[in-house]
Design a protein around this ligand. Sequence first.
Ligand SMILES: *[C@@H]1O[C@H](CO)[C@@H](O)[C@H](O)[C@H]1NC(C)=O
Ligand SMILES: *[C@@H]1O[C@H](CO)[C@@H](O)[C@H](O)[C@H]1NC(C)=O
Ligand SMILES: *[C@@H]1O[C@H](CO)[C@@H](O)[C@H](O)[C@H]1NC(C)=O
Ligand SMILES: *[C@@H]1O[C@H](CO)[C@@H](O)[C@H](O)[C@H]1NC(C)=O
Length: 465
Amino acid sequence: MAYTVIATLILLFSAVASTTATGLIGVNYGRIADNLPDPTKVVQLLQSNAIDRIKIFDTESTVLKALSGSKIAVTVCLPNEQLKSAAADQAFTDNWVQSNILPYYPSTIIDAIAVGNEVFVDPNNTTDFLVPAMKNVHASLVKIKININVSSPIALSALATSYPSSSGSFKSDLVEPVMKPMLSFLKETGSYLMVNVYPFFAYGANTDTISLDYALLRENTGVKDPKTGIVYKSLFEAQIDAVYAAMDALQFSDVKLVVSETGWPSKGDSDEIGAGEDNAAQYNGNLVRRVITGGGSPLRPNDPLVVYLFALFNENQKTGPTSERNYGLFYPNEQKVYNVPFSVEALADFPSAVSNGSKTEVATAPSPNGGDVSQTWCVANGKVGQKKLQEALDYACGEGGADCRPIQSGDTCYNPNNLVSHASYAFNSYYQKQARATGSCDFDGAAYVVTQPPRYGSCKFPTGY
Ligand SMILES: *[C@@H]1O[C@H](CO)[C@@H](O)[C@H](O)[C@H]1NC(C)=O
Ligand SMILES: *[C@@H]1O[C@H](CO)[C@@H](O)[C@H](O)[C@H]1NC(C)=O
Ligand SMILES: *[C@@H]1O[C@H](CO)[C@@H](O)[C@H](O)[C@H]1NC(C)=O
Ligand SMILES: *[C@@H]1O[C@H](CO)[C@@H](O)[C@H](O)[C@H]1NC(C)=O
């Protein structure tokens, strides 16, 4: 027994020693909850778990003060609601930096500034403001001689294709207006792309083709990319490489990538396949092992993986399906939801990444299209205005034959009660009934396709009929 433990330790240490590039693990500290511990207690919790980098979704003063002198590096965020002002006027970002960065830096180690979050899927569509806002924030930092990386987390749904990884490409409508200027900015300033990656979504929508072992980074036969011959051992790595391939296609092979969010919920609704404590523990534990003992992804073997887990706490005030409130590694009372090893030492006690032999939850072996995030939904484009949306909604619910019962008063998807969410529900229903046929999510520009489940309150969008 003792021998095995020592042998395992030696193996782990030598794995670290022999790899030039070992990655870094951070954790997202979201605070959409009314029962979380005080930030000073949170800092102690982070320290006692050897977590030395975090990401927050704002520049909350109590958090940044509590981190002062802690040696914990933090990525802060300028929220989406401020993008328009930040893009319009450098006086705004000068002032923002003066009041949200300068008072804390450098005694609080501010590692990066995320300008906006998943901006392309912001229902208010702030896409046009993104790159100008990033440039203004950067210019404001340069002006006062502060060197902090500026970036912006994109959702994986920015990709048009992700399987096989080598054919990864950004959505064509994002390429010229935003991806190229953003990648140029990141390259010029020596910063990196932030990407939020959730194999949980792809697995849940494709259990017939994606095995749970592949999704949870357990031992498995892998999925071969027919073009490169690379055999992917995890959906996580396949998704990362799809983003790298998309960057390569635009000639930005020299820009690095950080996974700004990834996670697996410990609880979900009955239709959220794969959600559960055991799976969440394995996903996060196996991922940490992969990051701190392995090299980069197959397409960038020399770039260490930098991964921020989502999230530190379960957040009781998040809306949407049950999973949304159960991504936490800790309960608000600081008890662990499950054990995640954050250091090489702690990893020695973590069970190895093999399947526990459970047949019930393991889907069939990955088929050749395993790893595709082909599940898509249709949502309304608020930008076209009320009149056009209403016309399209009337069509979808009338002639179109969409199922619009759930958005009637008193029914499951009545709330949030606004035109965009009602239209989204109806457009998606139509789109799914048309078997997601090309052109069936357009409504003359009033609708567009997304690759992550839409989130409008607790309303659930069907994925097929
Ligand atoms: C969209 O913009 C409106 C008006 O500015 C604001 O009240 C709302 O909170 C925004 N929604 C999101 C999701 O940002
Ligand atoms: C910015 O990011 C790059 C790429 O990861 C890194 O090499 C550099 O050290 C970072 N700069 C700062 C100031 O943190
Ligand atoms: C094996 O794992 C599955 C899901 O990963 C879980 O449902 C099951 O309870 C586990 N079985 C044992 C014996 O641990
Ligand atoms: C957001 O606005 C941009 C520019 O106006 C447009 O190209 C894009 O299709 C819009 N996206 C969404 C999701 O509405």
